[in-house]
Write a protein that binds this ligand. Structure first.
Ligand code: NAD
Ligand code: TYD
Length: 348
């Protein structure tokens, strides 16, 4: 099978490729990625050179480039990770989110519609987020049937792309599956998202900016557990269906930040509260969703998937990875990165 993976140089896509390229030599994986600020080819150094792995730089926003990839490789499975993925960036500049997340997904769907004459054995798998459901109160969990109610330009653009994917199933009978997952963490995550940002800032002895009172809750999912769930869906999922994927691990942001401080200190032989003094409460994010939590019963019941990692084991692995990969961490801190930090955090 030829598998077209979009956004495979980003955080989740590169974990997916690092897991499955060596495991399935019978499949060819084509990684199509624009290489935005969030991408890093260093993420893929372990598989670069593998005979079943091909990298193509390209932009989903340009239909001609997408069509060319289809003509050249005739992929039968699309695993669509590529997106602009950071909520804070979508608040400061939503345009890219509309182009990549909506138009980019549309172009990919069109390429499938135009190139897949026989639909047997084909699949378009769309990776989405629980943020399309909006915010939960103190109780309840997101189910696959929960009404869409996105709060940020990011989640609105993902909601639009989910609707497009479903419409291609209903209208054109295009074989599709969708997964909506909770917050991922693990190796290769760009340090603009909460967990790697806090690790990096602590290592640099900088303030750890916690939005509002740190009471917002996220349901943390270890990235490799997420990738295994995606593999189950693309190989055994029902066409036209949506599966929610969660880590079964709800925590307040302040709890997460304190755990990072404790583990980081422990791994470096420092006093347990060494980093806690850096925690700083800053101005809240506008439209900040209070709580996300996923009900994963459907994927567990239908496909037998369960997360393997607990937050303690996953977080420890993650922090160790960042400590052991200081070259990677240095490589992402470009001038652009420094500009972003200044823009987003200087007013706080
Ligand atoms: P990321 O920002 O780390 O990586 C995105 C990748 O997409 C980058 O490699 C980038 O170069 C590529 N890309 C962006 N625009 C492109 C374009 N126009 N054409 C081709 N490639 C392009 O994102 P991630 O965290 O790996 O997220 C992957 C997917 O999972 C996204 O669709 C995101 O919405 C979804 N998701 C992420 C999380 C999370 O916690 N990270 C949670 C739920 C859902
Ligand atoms: P983030 O990693 O940006 O993911 P998302 O917004 O998609 O959930 O943020 C996770 C949580 O952490 C969210 O409630 C916002 C909060 N947060 C902070 O408190 N400080 C920060 O510097 C960042 C980036 C996030």
């Amino acid at each position: 099978m030829k598998i077209l993976v979009t956004g495979g140089a980003g955080f989740i896509g590169s974990n997916f490729l690092n897991l499955f390229v060596p495991k399935f030599p019978e499949h060819t994986f084509i990684n199509f990625d624009k290489l935005t600020y969030a991408a890093n080819l260093l993420n893929l150094k372990n598989i670069d050179g593998s005979s079943n792995y091909i990298f193509k730089q390209g932009d989903l926003d340009d239909y001609n480039q997408v069509e060319k990839i289809f003509r050249q490789y005739q992929p039968g499975l699309i695993v669509h990770f590529a997106a602009e993925s950071h909520v804070d960036r979508s608040i400061l500049g939503p345009a890219e989110f509309i182009y990549t997340n909506i138009i980019g997904t549309f172009n990919l769907l069109e390429a499938c519609r135009n190139n897949w004459d026989a639909k047997e054995g084909k699949l378009f798998h769309h990776i989405s987020t629980d943020e399309v459901y909006g915010s939960l109160g103190e109780t309840g969990k997101f189910k696959e049937e929960t009404r869409y109610d996105p709060s940020s330009p990011y989640s609105a653009s993902k909601a639009a792309s989910d609707h497009l994917v479903r419409s291609y199933f209903k209208t054109y009978n295009l074989p599709v599956t969708i997964t909506n997952c909770s917050n991922n963490y693990g190796p290769y995550q760009f340090p603009e998202k909460l967990i790697p940002l806090m690790i990096l800032k602590a290592l640099n002895n900088q303030k750890l900016p916690v939005y509002g009172k740190g009471e917002n809750v996220r349901d943390w999912l270890y990235v490799e557990d997420h990738c295994e769930a995606i593999w189950q869906v693309v190989t055994r999922g029902q066409k036209g269906e949506t599966y929610n994927i969660g880590g079964n691990c709800e925590l307040k942001n302040i709890e997460v930040v304190k755990m990072i401080c404790t583990i980081l200190a422990e791994l470096q032989g420092l006093a347990p509260d060494y980093y806690n003094k850096l925690i700083t409460f800053v101005k809240d994010r506008p439209g900040h969703d209070l709580r996300y939590a996923i009900d994963s019963k459907k994927i567990t019941k239908k496909l037998g998937w369960n997360p393997r990692e607990t937050f303690e084991t996953g977080l420890k692995k993650t922090i160790k990875w960042y400590l052991d990969n200081s070259d990677w961490l240095n490589s992402v801190q470009t001038g652009e990165y420094k500009k972003w930090m200044k823009l987003n955090y200087s007013a706080n």
